[in-house]
Design a protein around this ligand. Structure first.
Ligand code: NAP
Length: 398
C-alpha cells in the first residue's frame, strides 16, 4: 500500500517500501527525459522490493495551459505533504508574476541547501586532462546572498530613497542613478548550511569540507560566513570535525574544515581538483562553481542537483539543465542529469543499493560508448542511441 514519507521528531526520515513521491515532468524535453529516468528508477527500486507511487503534479507550461497558473497551490501543497519530490526542467515565464518557478519552490519550502555532486564517469568527454580526479560535492546556500532579490532599480523612487539614506546615514558616496542590491548573509543561514555540509562529509566518509568565500574583500558577509563556520565546528561538531587552525592541518580521524578564497578556488579546482572534497559556499559563488565544475566532467547533460531542508526533511531533486525547447519530443536528449538527481533522491531516502546499481549501469553503459547525441558527437567510435534506448540499456544492465 502506498504511504507518505514522514519525518520523526528526532529528525529521521521514515520511508515506506511504497512511498508516494510527487513529480513534475518538466517543460520542453521533460516529455523525453522524464519517462526515461522514471523507468530506470522503477527498475532499480523493484530489484530491492520497493515501488514508488508516482504522483504527477503540475508546474510550468503544462500547469499554465491546464490551470492558468504557472505554479498551482496544489503543487506546493503536494511537496509540503509528501516531503520529497523530483522535477524536470521548467520554463521561466517571461514577463510573468513569478521570477523563476525553481526559486519559488525553494523559497516556499525553505530548501536552503542546493546539493550538487560533481564526479566524472569513465569515457565521458572532458576538456581537462585528469577528469578522474574530480569528485566533489557542493553545498550551495540557496536562500540568501545577492539572490535574495532585495534590489532596487536605478532612477526609481525606491532607489532614490535607499541611496539617500545610505548617503546621509552612512556617508557612502553612492553615485546618482545606481542600481542597488542588498547581500544578506546571516549567522543562522551560514551555520545551518555548513552544518549540513559537515554532517554529509561525516556520513559519506569524506575527508574535508572547504568553505569558499570572498571574505578578504566582503568582510562582514563572506568573511563572517567563514568565521561562523569555524565557530560552529569548534562549538558543536568538535567530536567529528576540526578547523584547520585548530589542528595545524592535521585532523586525525576527524573531517578537516578549511577555507579558500573564491577566485583562487576557481583556479585550484582545475589545477588540483583532488584537494577538494565537500565544498560549502554562499549562493553566488556556488552558482559559478557548480557550473564550472560540471563542465570539467561532461557538462550539464549529466550534472544532477537536489534542494534540501534537512530539518523539515523536504527535498526536491532536479535536472540542472533547462528545457532545451528546440529538442522537445525528439527522444534525443541525455536523461542522465534527471536520472542522477533520482540517484541523489534514492540516497537521501536511504535506498543506497538501488542508487549504486543505477550509477554502476551508467558507468558501464558510457564506458561501452553507448550514449545519446551530446556525448556521441564528442566521442570516437560511439554508438548513438535515443533517450529511451539509453534508458532501456540501463534497465537491462540493472
Ligand atoms: P538549456 O535548456 O539547458 O539548453 C542549452 C543547451 O544545453 C541545449 O541546447 C543543449 O546543447 C544542452 N543540453 C541541455 N540539456 C541537455 C540534455 N538533457 N542532454 C543533452 N544536452 C543538453 O538552456 P537554455 O536554452 O538557456 O534555456 C531554455 C529554458 O530552460 C529557459 O526557459 C530557461 O529559463 C529554462 N531553464 C530552466 C532550468 C530549470 O528548470 N532548472 C534551468 C536552466 C534553464 P546543444 O544545443 O549544444 O546540443
Amino acid at each position: 500500500m502506498s504511504e507518505r514519507i514522514t519525518m520523526s521528531p528526532d529528525g529521521v526520515l521514515a520511508v515506506p517500501d511504497e512511498p508516494i513521491i510527487p513529480y513534475i515532468e518538466g517543460d520542453g524535453i521533460g516529455v523525453d527525459i522524464w519517462p526515461a529516468a522514471q523507468v530506470v528508477m522503477d527498475t532499480a527500486a523493484a530489484k530491492y522490493g520497493k515501488k514508488i507511487a508516482w504522483k504527477e503534479v503540475l508546474a510550468g507550461e503544462k500547469a499554465f495551459s491546464m490551470t492558468g497558473d504557472w505554479l498551482p497551490e496544489e503543487t506546493l501543497e503536494a511537496f509540503r505533504t509528501y516531503l520529497i519530490g523530483i522535477k524536470g526542467p521548467l520554463t521561466t515565464p517571461i514577463g510573468g508574476g513569478i521570477r523563476s518557478l525553481n526559486v519559488a519552490l525553494r523559497k516556499a519550502l525553505d530548501l536552503y541547501v542546493c546539493l550538487r555532486p560533481v564526479r566524472w564517469f569513465k569515457g565521458v568527454p572532458s576538456p581537462v586532462r585528469h577528469p578522474e580526479k574530480v569528485d566533489m560535492v557542493i553545498f550551495r546556500e540557496n536562500t540568501e546572498d545577492v539572490y535574495a532579490g532585495y534590489e532596487v532599480q536605478a532612477g526609481t523612487p525606491e532607489e532614490k530613497k535607499l541611496a539617500g539614506f545610505l548617503r546621509e546615514e552612512f556617508g557612502w558616496p553612492i553615485r546618482e542613478n545606481s542600481g542597488i542590491g542588498i547581500k544578506p548573509i546571516s549567522e543562522e543561514g551560514s551555520k545551518r548550511l555548513i552544518r549540513a555540509a559537515v554532517r554529509y562529509a561525516v556520513e559519506h566518509g569524506r575527508s574535508s569540507v572547504t568553505m569558499v568565500h570572498k571574505g578578504n574583500i566582503q568582510k562582514y558577509t563572506e568573511g563572517a560566513f567563514r568565521s561562523w563556520g569555524y565557530e560552529l565546528v569548534r562549538e558543536e561538531m568538535s567530536d567529528v570535525a576540526v578547523g584547520w587552525d585548530d589542528c595545524s592541518g592535521v585532523p586525525g580521524n576527524r573531517v578537516l574544515v578549511k577555507d579558500t578564497i573564491a577566485d583562487i578556488t576557481l583556479q585550484q579546482v582545475l589545477t588540483r581538483p583532488d584537494e577538494f572534497d565537500v565544498i560549502a559556499t554562499m549562493n553566488l559563488n556556488g552558482d559559478y562553481l557548480s557550473d564550472a565544475l560540471a563542465a570539467q566532467v561532461g557538462g550539464i547533460g549529466i550534472a544532477p542537483g537536489g534542494n534540501i531542508n534537512y530539518e523539515t526533511g523536504h527535498g526536491i531533486f532536479e535536472a540542472t539543465h533547462g528545457t532545451a525547447p528546440k529538442y522537445a519530443g525528439q527522444d534525443k536528449m541525455n536523461p542522465s542529469s534527471l536520472l542522477l538527481s533520482g540517484v541523489l533522491m534514492f540516497e537521501y531516502l536511504g535506498w543506497t543499493e538501488a542508487a549504486a546499481d543505477i550509477v554502476a549501469a551508467l558507468e558501464s553503459t558510457i564506458a561501452d560508448k553507448i550514449v545519446t547525441y551530446d556525448f556521441a558527437r564528442l566521442m570516437e567510435g560511439a554508438r548513438e542511441v535515443r533517450c529511451s534506448e539509453f534508458a532501456a540499456e540501463l534497465c537491462r544492465r540493472i
